[in-house]
Design a protein. Structure first.
Lengths: 385, 94
């Protein structure tokens, strides 16, 4: 047993962590390892919530959190670190208050910024490991590369709808994210908002798995997920496991790496301003739409969202044809030349406009910002989702 | 001889919402060719226009990545399960 010294636990801490201290796998030695540990959590959202809460409860000495978002009503269904009074507040401020209340012994360090190719290496260098709770491909590749380059394990979790994935990438002698997924999907093939959504509990399950892996790495106990890719299906309540191998040709962790510093990840993921169909020069604005509706102009307002979304809110007079059904239902548009097309935020309707123009409806125009812009600027009485 | 293929959620829209599909074939390549003939819309998600398989979709035979087996030539039997594993970025769509 370690002698009481500067790193020893206070009597209060002994009480707090007593259920750890009486377990041989943790004990005093393990609890002191937790107290000395420094974990960086990227994202204070769905995955970051349980990660930060459990690591704080467990007594990880220093917890860094990176985020730049504010708490929105639509976060509360799953981001359990935040509460209703926190809506509108910075996520970091909200998270820090909750974590300090849970365990004042833990030093919570907040970084109110977007993780970038410029700041990632410096930030990661100060920590023992990184927990990836991000929600987009550019940041995931950045987290991975910066972990490999700084030699920090990347405790990975990802979720969509009812399914989750978890593993540990970039551990010593283990594979990295790029070994498994050398390239991101092009933006057009990523499921759109219509196929998105997530069961609120799912990030709870996957984030808790990530927190468990982080604790095991700190303690040096058990079998970690290094080299194993865990898949969780909440509907079937089933876990599966796949092997992940280190790719000797991996551009970042392979034998002859070509990526030796963070790159431009937006470009790597094919995200260029031109590829975003949200702001074309022929777009209609919601103000213009309002004027034309008030004037009772003759034109078709086409909504390409899903039925479920249409049921939440709609712009009066709109006709619903979900994007997926549009190619087969185009004949229903016969006789309409003048068309304004909208979805939730403008991405799906951008695709619909491209389809329509290819089919000869050359006057079809996209509604900039979708129904969200309509609610913000024209009809705030409608519910936002 | 039919082998079971597990379809991930993001691609079920192209397989009539089925999470499991059986297809014929002696190798993984044949199996996937038959699968994407039956579900034509699935094809562009698995293959690029030049016919090569997309790098961000991993194909597993049981628990092993076919990149480390014999790739498309990897033999399959009726007892095997083939899984399509896409990369997923989501963290809660915050």
């Amino acid at each position: 047993m370690t002698q009481a010294g500067p790193a020893a636990l206070t009597n209060e801490e002994v009480g707090r962590y007593s259920r750890h201290l009486i377990m041989p796998e943790v004990g005093m030695e393990g609890q002191l390892k937790l107290k000395a540990a420094r974990v960086l959590c990227v994202g204070a959202g769905g995955l970051g919530s349980p990660v930060a809460l459990y690591l704080t409860a467990a007594g990880v000495g220093t917890l860094g959190i990176v985020d730049f978002d504010t708490v929105d009503h639509s976060n509360l269904q799953r981001q359990i670190i935040h509460g209703t009074p926190d809506v509108g507040r910075s996520k970091l401020e909200s998270a820090k208050a909750r974590l300090n209340a849970l365990n004042p012994e833990v030093e919570v360090v907040t970084y109110e910024m977007a993780l970038s190719s410029q700041n990632a290496l410096g930030l990661f260098a100060d920590y023992d490991m990184v927990v990836d709770g991000t929600d987009n491909f550019p940041t995931r590749y950045l987290v991975n590369d910066a972990c490999v380059l700084t030699g920090k394990p990347n405790v990975y979790g990802s979720i969509s709808r009812f399914e989750g994935q978890a593993t540990v990438f970039a551990a010593e002698d283990g594979p990295c994210y790029r070994c498994m997924f050398p390239e991101p999907p092009p933006p057009g093939l990523v499921p759109s908002c219509a196929e998105g959504g997530v069961l609120g509990i799912l990030p709870g399950v996957v984030g808790t798995l990530q927190a468990t892996e982080a604790i095991k790495l700190i303690l040096g106990v058990g079998e970690s997920l290094v080299g194993r890719f865990l898949l969780f299906d909440a509907l079937k309540m089933r876990f599966r496991e796949l092997k992940v191998r280190q790719d000797p040709d991996c551009p970042v962790c392979g034998e002859h790496p070509t990526v030796t510093a963070p790159i431009d990840y937006d470009q790597f993921c094919g995200i260029t301003p031109a590829a975003t169909p949200m702001s074309g020069s022929t777009d209609a604005t919601v103000e213009e739409l309002k004027t034309r509706l008030d004037r009772q102009d003759s034109f078709l307002l086409l909504d390409v969202r899903e039925q479920r979304e249409f049921e939440i809110c709609r712009i009066p007079g709109s006709v619903l044809i979900p994007l997926g059904e549009l190619p087969a239902r185009m004949s229903e548009l016969d006789g309409h030349a003048d068309m304004i097309v909208h979805c939730k935020s403008g991405v799906r309707s951008g695709k619909a406009v491209a389809l329509l123009r290819n089919a000869g409806y050359t006057q079809a125009r996209n509604l900039q910002g979708g129904i969200l812009a309509w609610i913000d600027r024209v009809d705030p009485a409608l519910p936002k989702y | 001889m039919a082998t079971k293929i597990l379809i991930p959620t993001p691609l079920r829209g192209y397989t009539d919402q089925l999470d499991e599909v059986e297809a014929e074939g002696a190798t993984v390549g044949e199996l996937l060719a038959n699968l994407t003939t039956r579900y034509a819309d699935l094809r562009k998600h698995l293959y690029a226009e030049d016919g090569t398989r997309r790098n961000f979709v991993n194909i597993y035979l049981n628990d092993d990545d076919i990149r480390y087996l014999e790739k498309d030539q990897t033999p399959v039997t009726a007892d095997d399960t083939v899984s399509i594993i896409p990369s997923v970025a989501g963290g809660g769509w915050s």
